[in-house]
Design a protein around this ligand. Structure first.
Ligand SMILES: Cc1cc2nc3c(=O)[nH]c(=O)nc-3n(C[C@H](O)[C@H](O)[C@H](O)COP(=O)(O)OP(=O)(O)OC[C@H]3O[C@@H](n4cnc5c(N)ncnc54)[C@H](O)[C@@H]3O)c2cc1C
Length: 565
């Protein structure tokens, strides 16, 4: 008979303590609770980790500072490896495949002077071999992050994880997700971690203390957990400031479904420059990203009316109904944390808390979900007592090199995306240079309004390059630029959608591998050619994903009882 490990018995007892502590607060005593695994942040990474842990029988608590799940669409491209992980979570991968927009509505990137104006070029990112599913039982998907969060919540609830949206901190003897509590401090001991949380809806310092064996910081790009640990980020910071406008427009979506369906629309014209992400053309849900240059431009200036004007300028029409849901600003970085694990080995970073990439190539969330997958079985093995605590160190030695490679790839992709405006005479590095000059050199001595006027004047002049007078086949300069653009798109040198070699072909060279160095060297990486749209070549090597093969059971192999079961 199997005995229940002592640690798990202890964990179960802790849930009894939760109930007692809960009533203590009613008596004015600050409760102190205990849980084996505490996850800070209920983004896609925190939620996936809680589900994977629950599947392993490890109870955990997810604590999220917002009072509701993120509704602003960010990620939308789910790569093949992530879909394989989702395939292990109930019906998640098939739900995504069923609910995502039809492939013909997202296989292309479109380059144009407006959504209703001149088509400069388009790239179809779907190759015939993509649909064959030779290398994986799943495939990539186009499905918005906020919709994914809803599906993850459903899967969590089906596993018995309760979600508490009220401000009361609720606990039960199963896993739970509590919204509206922010992690404010961490105290590390040799055997445990103590984290303090405050309620985000009140000004009162209503603190709650939670003790845990392991704390996972899945709290996003500006991670408080990372800052509390004093872990620095390495790489390029603040590559670009952007404003992201979330809106619905069925008028625009119907026009695009009829005339130029696509996933991304890169728009360049004399009034504005921006990138539309068609999150779902069927419901008319879009995000438009526009470059933002503070402090000359202020975020407050992006009022609903100003945003509508930007959308109309980029759409090339005012004859559309637009329903703006939210406007956010964000900063693009290309960085990886210097360390993923605290000195006592009990506080661990995952997802954007550990790495933040340019979104070009869609690696951010995907890398984070794969961090969670790597971490879950290791935490499970340590808490069950079948592996030593040192196993968790292999999380960093396996995942950090992948994050570094994906950072470099995302940067390369970002540069490929920027090469299109450069060809059209809109060099983004010039805009950055002008912005730096106005902020730095002599420009900074000028009054704010003058700085703003100078910058906007120079940018408007720059945008003349993509006006109809220049960008036409009769203008010698315009004709050369249009030809160059056509070549670049045709040769696949612009931003790509899929990266099969990196998606399925990455390999761990050190970590939880039972192989000595000499043997390891006998496995070369010749098969692995990273880069732009290079094919994945299956290989059986330590640290690599085991190649997929479809297995067909012959009828004669079945006994009647097999068939019945
Ligand atoms: C425009 C854009 C497009 C993108 N497209 C893609 C794409 O196509 N594919 C892709 O893979 N990635 C993409 N990404 C990246 C992706 O959105 C992120 O990588 C992903 O959100 C990271 O997930 P996470 O769970 O690590 O962090 P987050 O999603 O940021 O979640 C962290 C959570 O922690 C909470 N939190 C923060 N601090 C605290 C605290 N102190 N206490 C408690 N809770 C806290 C936050 O409220 C948040 O809910 C894109 C990003 C952007 C901006």
């Amino acid at each position: 008979m199997r005995t229940v490990p002592r640690k798990l018995v202890g964990a179960a007892c802790n849930y009894v303590v939760f109930r007692r502590a809960f009533s203590q607060r009613a008596n004015g005593i600050v409760p102190e609770l205990s849980v084996p695994v505490l996850i800070v942040g209920a983004g896609p990474v925190g939620l996936t980790l809680s589900i994977l842990l629950a599947k392993l029988g490890i109870k955990c608590s997810v604590v999220e500072k917002k009072s509701e799940f993120l509704q602003h669409p960010q990620a939308h491209f789910i790569n093949n490896r992530t879909m394989e992980i989702f395939r292990k979570i109930g019906s998640l991968s098939t739900d995504i495949e069923r609910l995502q927009p039809p492939i013909d509505q997202w296989r292309k990137f479109i380059y144009c002077t407006s959504l209703t104006g001149l088509l400069l070029g388009e790239v179809d990112h779907l190759h015939p071999q993509d649909l064959a599913r030779n290398h994986s039982p799943t495939w990539v998907a186009h499905f918005s992050q906020h919709r994914l969060l809803s599906l993850l919540q459903l899967q969590a609830e089906q596993l018995g994880i309760h979600i508490y949206k009220s401000q009361e901190f609720c606990l039960n003897n199963l896993g739970h997700i509590n919204l509206g509590y922010e992690c404010v401090s961490i105290e590390q001991g040799s055997e445990n971690v103590k984290a303090r949380f405050s309620r985000t809806d009140t000004n009162t310092k209503d603190l709650l203390t939670i003790n845990c064996s392991f704390l996972i910081g899945a709290d996003g790009a500006s991670s408080k957990v990372r800052k509390l640990l004093n872990i620095q980020m390495e790489g390029e910071e603040a590559l670009q400031n952007l404003v992201s406008i979330h809106f619905f427009s069925m008028d625009l979506a119907n026009h695009l479904i009829r005339n130029r369906p696509g996933m991304l629309y890169f728009v360049f014209n004399t009034k504005a420059i921006g990138v539309f992400v068609a999150h779902d053309l069927r419901s008319g849900e879009f995000i438009v990203q526009v470059p933002f240059y503070p402090p000359q431009q202020t975020f407050e200036a992006f009022t609903i009316d100003a945003c509508k004007t930007i959308i109309c300028d980029l759409a090339g029409t005012t004859d559309i109904h637009i329903d703006i849901k939210a406007v956010k600003q964000w900063i693009m970085h290309a960085q990886v944390a210097e360390s993923y694990i605290s000195r006592n080995g009990r506080v661990i970073l995952a997802g954007d808390a550990a790495h933040r990439f340019p979104p070009a190539g869609g690696f951010g969330m995907n890398t984070g979900i794969q961090d969670a997958h790597n971490l879950a079985w290791k935490i499970g093995a340590v808490l069950r007592g079948v592996a030593s605590h040192n196993l968790l160190r292999t999380y960093e030695s396996e995942r950090k090199p992948v994050a570094k490679a994906n950072t470099a790839l995302s940067l390369e992709n970002f540069k490929a995306a920027m090469s299109i405006p450069s060809i059209l005479g809109l060099d983004p590095s010039s805009a950055r240079f002008i912005h730096e000059q106005v902020n730095g050199g002599i420009g900074s001595l000028l009054p704010h309004q003058v700085q703003k006027n100078i910058m906007e004047g120079i940018f408007a002049l720059g945008r003349m390059q993509v006006g109809p007078l220049v960008l036409n086949s009769y203008n010698p300069l315009g004709s050369i630029r249009l030809k160059k653009l056509k070549h670049m798109l045709g040769e696949g040198r612009s931003l790509q959608l899929q990266f099969p070699a990196e998606d399925l072909g990455f390999r761990y060279h050190s970590g939880a591998l039972l192989i000595n160095e000499e043997e390891m060297q006998s496995y070369t990486d010749e098969h692995y050619v990273p880069g732009r749209r290079n094919e994945y070549k299956p290989v059986c090597a330590p640290g690599a994903r085991i190649p997929h093969s479809n297995i067909r059971l012959l009828k004669s192999d079945f006994t009647k009882s097999d068939e019945a079961s």
